[in-house]
Design a protein around this ligand. Structure first.
Ligand SMILES: [Fe+2]
Length: 226
């Protein structure tokens, strides 16, 4: 695991010894707790996922608008990135049961992610810098796990404080690129343990689909040394 400076961790005491460094509030600040607690509450209160995500928008906007809560080392590129391109992916909160995570994604100027999916509902917004997002939909029936046919459905520029929702299969396949001259930092609230689940990279030209796990830059997946 990479060492990114001083710990900001005060995870729940209910976690087992092996999980204390990797789960819970890896960044334990009131702004992160407020969003996670709002998500937990609304998950109980609103079973309908689109309605729940809509209800979460004010709490998510509040985190994006707040300043000085993200430790500087979680806003830096990661040259050993599992995403490639120096892209850093830093866990800020991880539910021990894999039902929710909050992480920052740091993309250097000019760099971009592969085309990828997320496999969970969520909210993604820009905290610093500017990103271009290109969204795809599958035009095949999804029956062949190794191949996909994609077409672009939307391209948008996302600036500081702006955000969008994921409601798979709608809008779940995209890539993002930093178009500012400083690294972009986006904040992701997703209903899985995103970096540790097996997701997919897509080659839009060849149609090849490749399983991958990005891993976190600052925390381990449970069953690997990622
Ligand atoms: Fe993404």
């Amino acid at each position: 695991m990479c060492d990114f400076g001083q710990p900001h961790r005060h995870p729940s005491t209910s976690l087992g010894a092996g999980d204390r460094e990797n789960f819970g509030f890896l960044v334990d600040v009131p702004q992160v707790r407020a969003l996670v607690e709002a998500t937990r509450r609304l998950t109980i209160e609103i079973p309908d996922t689109p309605a729940r995500v809509t209800a979460l928008r004010p709490a998510f906007a509040q985190l994006l608008a707040a300043n000085d809560w993200l430790p500087p080392e979680y806003g830096e590129p990661d040259l050993k990135s599992g995403m490639g391109g120096g892209i850093g992916q830093y866990a800020l909160y991880r539910a021990e049961d894999g039902s929710l995570c909050l992480f920052s994604l740091v993309i250097p100027p000019g760099a971009q992610t592969p085309i990828h999916d997320h496999l969970a509902w969520g909210l993604i917004g820009v905290y610093r810098g500017v990103q271009d997002e290109t969204v795809y939909r599958r035009t095949d029936d999804g029956s062949d796990e190794s191949r996909a046919s994609l077409e672009i459905t939307r391209q948008q520029t996302v600036r500081r404080g702006e955000f969008y929702t994921l409601l798979p299969p709608l809008d779940d396949i995209h890539f993002v690129k930093t178009v500012s001259d400083t690294p972009s930092i986006s904040i992701h609230l997703l209903a899985n343990d995103t970096a540790c689940v097996t997701r997919h990279r897509f080659d839009a030209t060849s149609g090849i689909v490749t399983p991958f796990r990005s891993g976190y830059s600052n925390a381990k997946c449970r069953d690997t040394e990622t």
